[in-house]
Design a protein around this ligand. Structure first.
Ligand code: KIV
Length: 291
């Protein structure tokens, strides 16, 4: 499969790939500039379809930040993709997600959208893009959908961000909440430790649901509490370090593929692509040195 994909990538550099919109159809208004050209019958999976997966068995979500890896995820049958602000850590070299900007998320969302055709693409709302006011939050969410091509957005926070969720959902943009460890502000105080305050977490989860979110990320939450939240809510729970009872699981791509050295302990590494890349580059170096 990898060979097939490599061939495609090489082709893409030499000839305009058929997945990209051609300029004449874009000019005629047939395809938006960030969307792959596709037949009218091919539609992206909607937030409603994701919500209907609740209770049908656990399903995966993965992060992606660029076209090739988003394509790999879709080829692997993962059709729920998050353009996480974890891009700050795993791609941009920051220690935290806090510095990531809306323009950076837009840039990566566009790439992920171009690399996929059916997957539901969620764009993460970065720190500072929604906290100030409902209007600001809605403006940011609209940019992610309109310019980025995202199918839905995610923001961090429970009851304190419920009004923002409501404002975005009311405008017709599907939203995901995120409680437990919230990395955008974890480094400013609360840290990354396991969250165990049952009442507080349930209250947050219920507030996110009542505000109109279609799903909620539960990050580093005590597994029994995550199970109770999953059983209590009608919306999809997406766990990361929150046990096995959640409706869906999400992993950061670079953790799953072994491309980031500081993976959290709960993140299973399914490959060691970092080592493979170093080995391949050493082989290239040696070939060149040998002439
Ligand atoms: O930014 C991200 O990748 C996330 C996931 C860890 C849920 O928010």
């Amino acid at each position: 499969m990898f060979l097939k994909l490599s061939a495609k990538a090489t082709f893409a550099r030499t000839k305009k790939p058929s997945r990209m919109p051609n300029s004449s159809s874009a000019a005629k208004g047939e395809a938006r500039p960030y969307e792959p050209a596709k037949g009218p019958a091919v539609r992206r999976i909607t937030a409603g379809a994701i919500k209907r997966r609740k209770g049908t068995g656990a399903f995966p979500m993965i992060t992606a930040y660029d076209a090739p890896f988003a394509h790999f995820a879709e080829e692997a049958g993962i059709d729920f993709i998050l353009v996480g602000d974890s891009v700050g850590n795993v791609v941009l070299g920051y220690d935290e997600t806090t510095p990531v900007t809306l323009d950076q998320i837009l840039h990566h969302t566009q790439a992920v959208v171009r690399g996929t055709s059916r997957a539901h693409i969620v764009a993460d709302m970065p720190f500072g893009s929604y906290q100030i006011s409902d209007e600001d939050a809605l403006r940011s969410a609209i940019r992610l959908v309109k310019e980025g091509g995202a199918c839905s957005v995610k923001l961090e926070g429970g009851k304190h961000e419920a009004e923002r969720i409501r404002a975005i959902a009311r405008a017709g943009i599907p939203v995901i909440g995120h409680i437990g460890v919230t990395p955008q502000t974890a480094g400013l105080g609360p840290g990354y430790k396991l969250r165990t305050n049952r009442e507080h977490l349930l209250e947050d989860a219920l507030a996110v649901q009542a505000a109109g979110a279609y799903a909620i990320v539960l990050e580093v939450i005590e597994p029994d509490i995550a199970r109770e939240i999953t059983q209590t809510l009608a919306i999809v729970t997406i766990g990361i370090g929150a046990g096995l009872a959640c409706d869906a699981q999400v992993l950061v791509l670079h953790d799953a593929l072994g491309m980031y050295p500081h993976s959290p302990p709960f993140a299973k590494r399914y490959a060691e692509l970092g080592h493979a890349a170093i080995e391949a580059l050493r082989a290239y170096r040696d070939d060149v040195r040998r002439g």
